[in-house]
Each structure stands twice: as C-alpha cells, then as structure tokens.
Design a protein around this ligand. Sequence first.
Ligand code: HEM
Length: 471
Amino acid sequence: MHKIPGPPRVPLLGHMVAMYKSPDKIFEHLRIWNKIYGRLWRLDGAHIHTIHLTHPEDVELILSTTAYNQKDLPYTFLQGWLGEGLLVSNGDKWHQRRKMLTPAFHLKILNKYFSVLCEHTQELLVTIENELNKGKIDVVPLISKATLLIMCETALGAKPHEIPSINSYIQSIHKIGECVVKRLIKPWFLVDFIYGLSFTARQERAVLPDLHNFTKNIIERRRRKRNRNTATGIQENNVNEVKATMLDILLDEEAKGTINDKGIREEVDTFLFEGHDTTATALAFMMMRIANEPDIQDSICEELQDIFGDSQRSPTIEDLSKMKYLECCIKESLRLYPSVPFLSRYLTKEVVIAGYTIPKNTYVDLHVFDIHRDPEVYPEPEKFRPERFLPENTAGRNPYSYIPFSAGPRNCIGQKFATMMIKTLMSGILRKYRLEPITRPEDLVFIADLVLRTNHPIDVRFRPREHLTSN
Ligand code: HEM
C-alpha cells in the first residue's frame, strides 16, 4: 500500500488537512489529484485508507462481481434517513430486497407509467409558460419538482393533490446532502458521539422528520386506499389507475410477511430520493448543454419533426424508440454530467489492482466524472458529441468506461425508467420550446454532494417555437 502514489501526507493526520476544504474545492482537488496521480492513487484520513480509481479495467474488477459490492462510508451517513434501503444495504438483506423490487421495473410495468409521464410533461410545459416572463428559469428546482411528482405518482400511486409540502421535501434533501459532505471532510465527525453533539447533526435531526413524514403519509394513504378497495371489491384495473406500483409490490410482500412497515419506509425513501434527484440532475444539465449547442438542438428537432410532423399529439412508446439521436444526446449528456459523480465500495477481502495488493478494510472510490473524461476513450472530452454513442462508435469500447448508472450486479435498478422519463420530458420540452443559453458549460462550478450539483443556479431561456419564425 505504501508504494501507491498520492498527495503528500502529514504525519499522523495523513491527508485530513488536504481534504478539509469547501465542497467546490474538494470536487476540484479530487479532479486535480486524478490528473496528477492517474490510474490508482491513495488518500488516508485517520484510520481510513481510500484507493481512488479512474481506469475502466480496474473499475470492472470492482463493479462486475458481488465480491466487492459492500457499501460502507459515506452511504452509512445516509442511514438516519434511508435506513437500510436498497441503496445502502448489504449482504443478504440487499440481495433479498433487490429480488423483491426487480419486478417493479419490468418493461410491462414501466409502459403503464407512460401515460403519467405524458400528463406530467404537459403540466411542466404549463409551468414553464407561466414563468416565461422571468426571461430565464433556474431549471434545477423546476425539474426537481416535476420528477418528484412523477415518482410519487408512478412508484407510489400518489396524485399531485395528495402530496403536501413538496418544496420543503426537496430543500430537506439538499440539507441532508450538505450534512453528509460536512461529515466526510471533518474526520472527528466519524465518531458518532462527537458528530451527535455538532451543529451539523442538529441540522440533520431537524430535517429528518420532514423527509420521513412526507413518505409516511403517502404510504398510509395507499394502505387505506387498498384496504377500501379490498372491502368494496374494486380492482385497480377497473378504476383506470396505474396498478402494481413499487409501493403495491411492497405492500403485497408485507401481507406475505416478507417485509415490515419499517422496511417499506426504507425502500420508499430510497426510491423517491434516488429516482427523482438523479433524474432531475440529468435533465437540468442536459437542458443547459443543449441550450448551448444550437446545431445539436436543431438535429434533435429534425428527428422530432420526422416523428411527429406538425402534429401536437402526445407521444407513444413506439415514438420514444424512434428517438435514436435524442438517445445519443442523453448518453453524451450523462457522460459529461453523471448524476452520481463518485461511487464508493468497501473491500471485505484483499484484491490486486494494477499490480498493487490492496488489503481488506480499504475503501475504493470510483471517479465516474473523470472516467467519463478520459481523452484516450473520449477524444476532446469536454466537447458535446452525441455521435460517440452511435453503435459503430461504441463497438470495442470497454463498457466500464461509461457508467452513469454504475454497472454489474449493483447497478441502477431504475435505469430504463430514468431513460424513459428523460426522453419523454426532453422531447416534450423541445417540441414546444427552443432552449437558449444563459448558464454556459464553462460557468459550472461543481460541488461534492450526494448527486452532481453546482454552487449556483443553472439558468436557461425558453423561447416558444411558434414565435421563432416571426421574431
Ligand atoms: C438519470 C437518472 C439516474 C441515474 C444517473 C442513476 C444512477 C445510479 C447509480 C450510479 C447507482 C449506483 C449507486 C451506488 O452504487 O452508489 C444507482 C443506484 C440505484 N438507483 Fe439509480 N439512477 C437514476 C435513476 C433512478 C431511478 C428513476 C430510480 C428508481 C425509480 C433509481 C433507483 C436506484 C436504486 C434503488 C439504486 C440502488 C440499487 C442497488 O444498490 O441495488 N435510480 N443509480
């Protein structure tokens, strides 16, 4: 281990001093160290040793097998909120829950969600129209609200009018993210007792009831509705409602005794966060980037014109499968702006990586953001080039050089649904509006957080397409 390169260490403190920085500086420094030390390097803080990886072959070694898919820090910092939900659980519990929840993402079920996606797209277009007079719109809160409402209705069966306090739920998630990052950079916060006494812990404790009550109310409402339907013999099929939501699958399992109320709440909290925040992040960055790439935006619109002509009709699932160029743009956007910029694993057994023997109890951080910017794999990596993802250009590329949804047995369970959401919302927006740049790619200052965020708004101007020819 001691032969592995890394930034200079301070005796006893290791790299703790180097890591004690603001969230934007941490993000920047991790990137600088990736550049200086390359494929494999090391950071130590107190008794914690972390290996940092940026090479697809090493990433494959870790992600392709269940042998190295244990999660520990920083995921354990989320346990006050997400308990032992799928994102943070390990071992048999993770395996059993993953098996239980996989049917909720079967294509047949996702297709049933499609009409809900279309309705929410229309509502988003109305919201945008109402905000046009502002001249520019910060797309992060706009899209976060839309994806949260979509997740509530599809995964949990809750209609918008049944959901209170959406804005405060979103703010509470941001607050938790800040607490996790503060806990990571202050090694004394690794001691639960010390952390518990801190102002940050008090902030975390203050927002947890908001987060938990939000989902608890939705679960209770669904339970009561199901009980009423059972009592009156109504089948959800007959009431024109999306059935077999993820929550219904969990409530069915509860009836069989394979999960309890606490387990249901853990999974609902996990899905709601993972499902809406990552997708909103992906969409927000994509809208900003497309606004800055007028030729690419024109090409997407030509494809949409070929599919829809001048019709205002709603899309169908078949239409989505024809949006090949838009799909390449989504992939290219997720390459440049992966919603989850870092992944972390905890080694429970020794592994040899790039000739170094890494002992067990070491953390392994995978730098998705920089893996996606390797100039050997993606020449001129900062350029937005959707054609990188045309089938003829991906042949022969190591699949672990593109991991916005992670990869292997612990990959993102919601990947197909996320892509469907992004395609539906993005195509709906671009059919009605031309996106024009306010925030530029070079203005972005990323910060270390649970998902990729910036320390400033991401603004875009929306110009109605019917006005374009006359203006
Ligand atoms: C663009 C949107 C999305 C992106 C980029 C994304 C990305 C990811 C990534 C990178 C992971 C692995 C995290 C890790 O190992 O630390 C993950 C896991 C997960 N994602 Fe997503 N995700 C997206 C959308 C969704 C959606 C829509 C859902 C649910 C409906 C979802 C549910 C989950 C869950 C439950 C896990 C944990 C899986 C496990 O550990 O077995 N995600 N996601």
